[in-house]
Design a protein around this ligand. Structure first.
Ligand code: G6P
Length: 317
């Protein structure tokens, strides 16, 4: 088990003030703060498909051809990757699973809401709202169970505050047999113009470049710009904040908690053409994935052990 230095504070019922509204219907949970911020989570994959600021700005990119009916992983928003990132290695216990595992293609249960005035995303005096989702073997298809027959329990918490959006994944092994996993939140950020967009906070870090046959490199400058396809796994980052800037101005921050790695992905023109549910085809100009996770190695969980990690997303748009 990996210890967590920075656990989010306990959620306590909010006192007074206008309360957030939460609706759960049609396989979707929507929460809105009295100040106007909102979030929408589809139970299929517990995928966050919308996160808006009080001014109405949508922070996430979702393909106009994304399947929202449970027939395919949702192309956009924040898919949850578990228990393997990317194509599973051939000689590993996850080898029979599809790319990025089963969490994003399973129907999660909505466990309920709670309010908090002490979450990392709440401004003082304002309440944040937390939505909890659960996934256990009973929610997973027989095919996926056969491919990965371990006992597990996942709890995914999405907390909306005026200061941002927090996602936390708690992974538990209630069985007796030890297993390994990787996890990642595959956030698709919306950007007005990829040619003016850069990612900062990745300097001096070792990364595997998937575009260059997984070869290893060291990142030089502190800024990654986009002039073609980018698909990199940055490993063991020291600094816990990765920032997206547009025209040199802050757009988003991703603050990792107990997650060592960050994947940066933009499929560019050729990649978008090759992905059936990526629409519009020039949508790559309006998105960038900055994905916080632990994917460069494996986390091991003994029986009755647990692991918890997450991210806080901030928007300045
Ligand atoms: O098409 P998907 O299975 O959703 O994967 C989309 C992308 O996810 C990650 O960012 C990987 O690093 C990419 O290599 C992959 O193309």
């Amino acid at each position: 088990m990996v210890d967590r230095s920075n656990k989010p504070s306990a959620i306590s019922p909010a006192a007074g003030g206008p309360q957030p509204t939460v609706t759960a219907e049609g396989g979707k949970v929507t929460a809105r703060l009295s100040t106007g911020e909102s979030v929408e989570v589809i139970l299929y994959g517990a995928t966050v498909t919308s996160w808006k600021n009080a001014n109405g700005h949508e922070n996430l990119w979702v393909s106009s051809a994304a399947k929202l009916d449970g027939s395919k992983a949702i192309r956009g928003g924040i898919p949850v990757v578990f228990p393997v990132f990317g194509p599973p290695p051939k000689d590993h216990a996850t080898s029979a699973l599809p790319q990025h595992g089963f969490a994003r293609i399973s129907h999660w249960e909505y466990l309920g809401k709670s309010s908090s005035e002490s979450a990392p995303v709440s401004k003082s005096g304002d309440s944040a709202v937390r939505l909890d989702f659960g996934l256990t073997p009973g929610n997973v298809s027989a095919e996926m169970r056969k491919a990965w027959p371990y006992e597990f329990a996942l709890q995914y918490s999405v907390t909306l505050g005026r200061d941002g959006l927090q996602t936390v994944l708690e992974v538990r092994n209630p069985g007796t047999q030890k297993w390994d996993f990787q996890m990642l939140t595959h956030t698709y950020f919306h950007t007005p113009d990829i040619s003016k967009t850069a990612v900062r906070g990745l300097a001096g870090v070792r990364y595997a470049d998937k575009v260059l046959d997984m070869t290893e490199h060291y990142s030089q400058g502190n800024e990654l710009k986009f002039e073609g396809q980018v698909d990199r796994v940055y490993k063991s980052l020291q600094q816990n904040t990765t920032s997206i800037v547009v025209d040199d101005k802050p757009a988003y921050d991703v603050v990792r908690d107990n997650l060592t790695d960050t994947v940066v992905w933009n499929p560019w023109k050729e990649g978008a053409q090759a992905i059936g549910d990526f629409e519009p085809k020039d949508g790559y100009k309006n998105m960038v994935c900055v994905e916080a996770g632990c994917v460069s190695g494996w986390q091991s969980l003994e029986g009755n052990d647990g692991f918890e990690a997450g991210q806080v997303l901030k928007s300045y748009l």
